[in-house]
Design a protein around this ligand. Structure first.
Ligand SMILES: Cc1cc2nc3c(=O)[nH]c(=O)nc-3n(C[C@H](O)[C@H](O)[C@H](O)COP(=O)(O)OP(=O)(O)OC[C@H]3O[C@@H](n4cnc5c(N)ncnc54)[C@H](O)[C@@H]3O)c2cc1C
Length: 379
């Protein structure tokens, strides 16, 4: 019988908690480290909701991975008895000729996804809270909805612990050093040796691994909660939405049934600066773009926000994540997952499974070759 592998998971956030679950489920001896505690909201996983969707507008090659993630979402819910995800649908809206609307329609056609195309009149009747512009299209992705991020991270980490993982909380990792077929992980209280390490430190990637050959641009994301003035948002159907243009934005009716959360996309976020000193204060002028968005497309939301929160996320130039062992001789047991570019949460159980494949087997059968390949060689 092969010896049980010892694997460290550095950063037990979105990806790390899922990696810990998948590794522990496959019999590895897992030790997690987080600078805070699983489920905290000081990084990329706060704000109560994340969108899950099946139709991908960035690249239809993500759809098979989304299907794999979908099955694992169901499994994690079954194993833990927690409702981590609710399928309420997601409306995708934007100019019909916009490339992201084209990619959505391509995803749907190629993978036979459950959807409805809504004409302007039908949309206005069924979802009067949205204003379309001339030339806009609207597609309802039916296998979509929202995920509860903090609950998910905590639940996946606890499930990993039930399966035997140990997690060191409030224990930042200072250094990762490959040593003769293994890896040494150092914290303020000493060093431990592992067969492999999965590095999932999100916005701290440039701090822990300076000099990476790929840039991960850390941005500061503002989420804003508004209260609707009618009950249109909280009827029987409560889909999330994404609008591709002119201002790329998204929103979700909150599970509390009171407010709607609105966020913007990549180019509209400021650099985060030092992740240890994130500016969590939102200045009034930062709200101007939101107010204009409400006026133009979401007139039912009262423009005085009831809550403002700030998070962080790492973006790569291509918006495709970095997944694989670090390049260079001796680094094959240092598996990095970073740069999820604003769309990693829905896929996180699949990435956790891929991390487990790479740490335990050295390769994965999941279709990730279109992502930034790091030191990975074709299986
Ligand atoms: C506001 C916002 C909205 C989003 N909306 C969506 C959405 O609707 N749908 C979607 O799919 N995706 C969405 N995303 C993207 C998604 O949330 C991210 O891609 C994902 O959470 C990134 O996960 P991560 O594991 O890389 O980072 P994180 O979840 O931040 O995890 C990193 C962890 O590493 C820990 N850490 C850092 N440094 C160290 C160290 N040295 N030692 C030990 N631990 C360390 C941190 O404490 C943290 O727990 C959104 C992101 C944001 C910010």
């Amino acid at each position: 019988m092969a010896a049980r592998k010892r694997v460290a998971v550095v950063g037990v956030g979105t990806m790390g908690s899922q990696a810990a679950w998948r590794l522990a489920a496959r019999g590895a001896e897992v030790v997690g480290f987080d600078r805070f505690a699983p489920g905290h909201d000081r990084s990329a996983a706060g704000g109560e909701t994340r969108i899950f969707r099946s139709a991908h507008f960035e690249d239809s090659r993500y759809v098979p991975l989304l299907k794999h993630a979908d099955a694992l979402w169901e499994r994690l819910q079954q194993e833990t008895g927690r409702e981590l995800r609710r399928l309420t649908g997601c409306l995708l809206m934007g100019p019909v000729e916009h490339h992201q609307m084209a990619t959505v329609l391509q995803s749907i056609a190629e993978h036979d996804l459950d959807h409805e195309v809504l004409e302007a009149e039908a949309l206005a009747k069924r979802f009067p809270q949205y204003l379309l512009e001339d030339g806009d299209a609207a597609v309802l992705d039916r296998r979509a909805g929202f995920i509860r991020p903090e609950l998910t991270v905590q639940t996946a980490a606890r499930r990993a612990e039930q399966l035997g993982a140990r997690i060191h909380r409030y224990t930042p990792v200072r250094e990762i050093i490959p040593v003769g077929g293994g890896v040494e992980v150092s914290t303020d209280s000493g060093s431990e040796r592992f067969d492999a390490v999965v590095v999932t430190v999100g916005p701290w990637v440039n701090d822990l691994l300076p000099g990476l050959p790929w840039e991960v641009d850390i941005r500061r994301l503002v989420s804003v909660w508004y209260v609707p003035t009618t009950d249109a948002w909280f009827g029987e159907e409560r889909p999330a939405f994404i609008r591709t243009a002119p201002t790329h934005c998204y929103g979700l009716p909150s599970p509390d049934g009171v407010s709607v959360k609105i966020g913007l996309s990549r180019d509209l976020h400021r650099p985060a600066g030092d992740p240890n000193a994130l500016d969590r204060v939102v200045q009034p002028e930062e709200l101007e773009i939101f107010t204009e968005l409400l006026r133009r497309h979401l007139p039912d939301l009262h423009p005085d926000p009831i809550r403002l929160s700030v998070y962080m996320e790492g973006y790569t130039e291509s918006s495709r994540p970095l997944v694989g062992p670090l390049p260079g001789a001796g680094n094959e047991n240092v598996i990095l997952l970073a740069g999820f570019s604003g769309h990693g949460f829905k896929l996180s159980p699949a990435f956790g499974d891929i991390a487990a494949d790479l740490a335990l087997d050295g390769h994965t059968d999941q279709p990730i070759d279109f992502m930034t390949t790091l030191g990975r060689t074709a299986a």
